[in-house]
Design a protein around this ligand. Structure first.
Ligand SMILES: Nc1nc2c(c(=O)[nH]1)N[C@H]1C(S)=C(S)[C@@H](COP(=O)(O)O)O[C@H]1N2
Ligand SMILES: [Mo]
Length: 411
């Protein structure tokens, strides 16, 4: 009932806007004078598609902390405020790379599987491509995502420039369990070492339970072969776990009896606690959400009906619900969800909202199927040292001023 009424009001508001823009009223509006593109023959076919030229400025937010010294070290964050639905276009997938994107010739690339196995194996890419395939939709989030929302003063940048170190794709490839079975995993093998073919040889230790559960040797992304930035020709995908462990450009998997304690899991990717100790091996990404529309740096043109829209996800499984407040937490409403049947994938939440022109404070709060609730910012901050920049899944606040401008605030 409530839903029906708000849809009708949305439609009414839309129609008013159209007539305001000069559309003819009544039945004659069916017959319009043609635009210039309706009177000339259209463009020819293209071998590889591109977005409309009117959408060309959509770009990732590139951060290169070492500048020209190491132009491929850093991150490119996805412009999440420009997206709808749950799938991230491959061209705008977030990218986090430690030492640039290697230019890998797939005919020369090999994946070695060795260590505590009965039969060490070497796979060519063609050999991997000949296995039966599995497809799954999952997010990848860098554990450093949202560390730009930890500055002393809230940054006034688009949502993606703070929270866009995340993407969600359909991944296709071979279950890692299948390759481990073929190699004959030995009972003492409790961990794996996964190593990349970039010059950093980025590598992480993975508990064997995860490897045998839902780990995927990914070869395709959104229907086409992996993008170089995402690990072409082969990457590891560990659904729901911190992005760092999904080793790109995968060249080696070694079965071991314990964790290897690589540089990437000791000097980095540990969470500094208030007492100065560091927490190692925080694998699962926390339950989290962010409103993308409207969001920081946007402007509501006039009072009226709007749709609040955003993304939610949890490394622990499915999203059970997302609540939205427009009054800074005094009252919460349940948003409609899209895609909530999928574990460890983005979910789109949407809620109609009438903005009457008064200042407002927008927040979203996600709950997952394990009953975990996205924490308020202060609660999250209290768990860590102020120097920690990993695993920030705290609630994000956007304020809407009386003039419709949307700002990032700490609440
Ligand atoms: N070999 C290798 N794998 C890597 C990285 C890297 O620099 N080298 N970056 C890791 C990090 S920190 C993250 S968050 C994810 C990012 O994956 P994406 O670039 O496809 O988003 O890849 C991980 N895998
Ligand atoms: Mo990362």
């Amino acid at each position: 009932m409530e839903k029906k009424r708000s849809r009708r009001r949305f439609l009414k508001q839309g129609a008013v806007l159209l007539s305001g823009a000069g559309m003819a009223q009544g039945a004659e509006s069916q017959e319009r004078a043609g635009e210039p593109w309706e009177r000339v023959y259209g463009a020819g076919f293209r071998g590889y598609g591109q977005p409309s030229r009117f959408e060309q400025p959509v770009q990732r937010y590139v951060f290169r902390p070492y500048g020209d010294l190491a132009p491929g070290s850093g991150a490119a964050l996805a412009p999440i405020e420009r997206f709808e639905g749950i799938i991230t276009p491959s061209s705008l997938h977030n990218e986090r790379s430690h030492s640039g994107v290697p230019d890998i010739d797939p005919s020369a690339h090999r994946l070695l599987l060795h260590g505590l196995v009965a039969r060490p194996l070497t796979f060519t890419v063609d050999a991997l491509l000949s296995y039966p395939m599995t497809s799954r939709i999952h997010f990848i989030e860098c554990s450093g995502n949202s560390n730009r929302a930890l500055t002393p003063k809230p940054m006034q940048v688009p949502a993606g420039a703070m929270h866009g170190n995340i993407a969600c794709s359909e991944w296709t490839g071979v279950p890692l369990a299948m390759l481990l079975e073929e190699a004959g995993l030995q009972p003492q093998a409790k961990w794996l070492l996964a190593e990349g073919a970039d010059s950093a040889h980025m590598s992480r230790s993975i508990p064997i339970e995860k490897a045998l559960d839902d780990a995927l040797i990914a070869l395709y992304q959104n229907g086409e072969r992996l993008r170089p930035e995402q690990g072409y020709p082969v990457r590891l995908l560990l659904p729901g776990w911190e992005g760092n462990m999904s080793v790109k450009w995968l060249r080696r998997i070694k079965a071991t009896d314990g964790p290897t304690h690589t540089k990437d899991e000791t000097s980095k990717y540990t969470d500094l606690l208030p007492d100065g100790k560091a927490l190692q091996f925080t694998y699962e990404m926390g339950v989290k959400s962010v409103i993308t529309k409207p969001s920081s740096t946007m402007k509501l043109p006039r009072p009226g009906l709007y749709e609040i829209s955003g993304i939610a996800w949890s490394g622990a499984g499915r999203i059970r619900g997302v609540e939205v407040t427009t009054d800074g937490g005094a009252t919460w409403r349940e948003a409609a969800l899209y895609g909530e049947e999928r574990p460890k994938a983005l979910v789109r939440f949407r809620l109609p909202w009438e903005w009457k022109g008064a200042p407002a404070m927008l927040q979203s709060r996600a709950t997952d199927e394990k009953g975990r609730v996205q924490p308020p910012r202060n609660e999250w901050l209290a768990r860590y040292s102020p120097a920690n920049g990993f695993h920030n899944n705290s609630i994000v606040t956007w304020s809407v001023d009386a003039d419709g401008s949307v700002h990032h605030v700490y609440a």
